[in-house]
Design a protein around this ligand. Structure first.
Ligand SMILES: *Cc1c(COP(=O)(O)O)cnc(C)c1O
Length: 397
C-alpha cells in the first residue's frame, strides 16, 4: 500500500494553499530543488560536454521512459522522452497513418484537446495524400470505427470534463476493422492505472508536467507497441533517432528500438527535475492511487452538491467513467474560479463555463477537500465572484 501522507510530505506546497490543479501543472517535489541544482552546478558546471557520458544525460530519455513505462503498463524499452506532447502526437499519428497506407480517415472526438486536432490537421496538410480528419461526438466513437478508418486518435480522459474512454474496448474495436490507435494519456498517466500493453494500444503519448510533476516545460513521452517498433517510420527523422547518431552519416536510418522516436538533444535540466518526481512515483501503487483519487473526487462532488445547487456537475457521475478531475458548469465560472484562487483554492477554468478541479492523492488529502468545499461554498453562496476584480481574464486561464 502507498502511504499518501508520506508522499504529501515530499512536495513543496505553499502554506495554506489547496492545490487542485495538479492536472495542469504538478507541484514541486522538494528533492527536485537539490537535484536540479546538482545538475546545473555539479554536472553542467563541472563536467561540461563530458556530462553527456559521465552523468548519463544521453541515456536519460530511455531510462526515465522505462520508469514512466511502469505507470502506463509498458515493458522496459518501449517508452522514450522528448519534445512536447504536441510534437509526440504528430510523431505517433504520422507513424500510425503510415502503417495503414490504403485508408484515409483519421477518427477523433470533439472533446479532444485542440492541439491534438491541430497537429492532425497539419500532418494531413503536409502528407497531402487526401486524408480526412473526422471529428465526432465522444459517445459516437465506437459506432464510427468502420473499415474506412486508418487510425483512431483519442485522448483517454477529456481535459474539460474528465470523461474517460474505454481504451481496451475501443482499441479492440479499431483492430477488429484493421485500424490503428493513438492514445493520448495527458490526463491518464499518473492519474489512474493504464495498461497500454494489455489494451494492445499501438501508440500512446503523454506529458510529464501534469500529474507526473516533472515541472513546467518537462518533456513528453511516446510509447510504441513491441510489434511496431521495428517497422514504424519516424516522420521526424532527427539525428538522435538515427541508428548511429555519432557516425554522422548523410543518410537517415532509423534506430533499432524505441530510440527511433527520439528527435534531437534532450532537455537535461528538465529531466533532472522529472527524475526527482519519478523517485516518488516509483513507490506508488497505481491501484491504491486510483482508489484514493475516487474517494477524494466522490467526497468533493457530494460536498459541493449539498451546498452549491447553482453548480452543475459536468463530469460523469459514475467514477468508473471519470479520470481524476471533477468539473462543474457555472455561467460566471471564470470569475468564480478567480474568487476561489484569491482564497487559496487553486483550480482552473476552461471555456466556456467549466470550473475544473484535479484530485491528486500524492499531495491532496480528505482535509484539503473539506477546506476546498467550504471555500467554494463561501464563494457561491455569498456571490463573492460578483466583483469586477474577478472579471478580467489573464492570458492563461
Ligand atoms: C496538456 C495537453 C496537451 C499539451 O501539449 P504540449 O505540446 O505539451 O503543450 C496536448 N494534448 C492534450 C490532450 C493535453 O491534455
Amino acid at each position: 500500500m502507498t502511504d499518501f501522507a508520506r508522499t504529501k510530505a515530499q512536495f513543496d506546497l505553499p502554506d495554506g494553499m489547496i492545490y487542485l490543479d495538479g492536472n495542469s501543472l504538478g507541484p514541486l517535489p522538494t528533492a527536485a530543488k537539490a537535484r536540479v541544482a546538482q545538475t546545473v552546478a555539479g554536472e553542467w558546471g563541472q563536467m561540461l560536454i563530458t556530462g553527456w557520458n559521465k552523468a548519463g544525460w544521453m541515456a536519460q530519455p530511455t531510462a526515465l521512459g522505462d520508469r514512466i513505462g511502469r505507470l502506463i503498463g509498458a515493458a522496459p524499452g518501449h517508452v522514450v522522452l522528448g519534445d512536447t506532447l504536441s510534437v509526440k502526437v504528430y510523431q505517433a499519428l504520422a507513424a500510425a497513418v503510415d502503417l495503414v497506407p490504403n485508408r484515409k480517415v483519421i477518427l477523433t472526438d470533439n472533446g479532444n484537446f485542440p492541439s491534438d486536432i491541430y497537429m492532425a490537421e497539419g500532418l494531413i496538410k503536409s502528407l497531402d495524400r487526401g486524408h480526412e480528419l473526422r471529428v465526432i461526438a465522444p459517445e459516437d466513437i465506437a459506432d464510427a470505427i468502420t473499415p474506412e478508418v486508418a487510425v483512431v486518435m483519442l485522448t483517454q480522459v477529456d481535459y474539460r470534463t474528465g470523461r474517460m474512454h474505454n481504451m481496451k474496448a475501443l482499441t479492440a474495436k479499431a483492430h477488429s476493422v484493421g485500424a490503428g490507435t493513438v492514445w493520448d494519456l495527458a490526463h491518464s498517466a499518473g492519474a489512474l492505472p493504464v495498461d497500454v500493453a494489455g489494451c494492445k494500444a499501438d501508440f500512446a503519448v503523454g506529458c510529464t508536467y501534469k500529474y507526473l510533476n516533472g515541472g513546467p516545460g518537462a518533456p513528453a513521452f511516446i510509447y510504441v507497441a513491441p510489434h511496431h517498433i521495428g517497422t514504424c517510420q519516424p516522420a521526424l527523422s532527427g539525428w538522435l533517432g538515427h541508428e548511429a547518431p555519432f557516425a554522422f552519416d548523410l543518410d537517415y536510418r532509423p534506430g533499432t528500438g524505441i530510440e527511433r522516436m527520439r528527435v534531437g538533444t534532450p532537455p537535461v535540466l528538465q529531466m533532472a527535475a522529472l527524475e526527482a518526481a519519478l523517485d516518488i512515483w516509483d513507490k506508488v501503487d497505481m491501484h491504491a492511487l486510483r482508489a484514493a483519487s475516487v474517494a477524494l473526487s466522490e467526497q468533493f462532488i457530494t460536498g459541493i452538491e449539498a451546498v452549491c445547487p447553482m453548480l452543475a456537475l459536468a463530469s460523469p457521475r459514475d467514477p468508473a467513467q471519470r479520470g481524476s478531475q471533477v468539473s462543474f458548469r457555472f455561467d460566471q465560472g471564470y470569475a468564480a474560479m478567480q474568487a476561489c484562487i484569491a482564497r487559496g483554492l487553486i483550480g482552473d477554468f476552461r471555456a466556456p463555463d467549466i470550473m475544473r478541479f484535479g484530485f491528486t492523492p500524492l499531495f491532496i488529502d480528505a482535509g484539503d477537500v473539506d477546506r476546498a468545499i467550504s471555500i467554494v461554498a463561501d464563494v457561491m453562496q455569498n456571490r463573492l465572484w460578483d466583483d469586477p476584480i474577478y472579471q478580467t481574464r489573464a492570458a492563461v486561464t
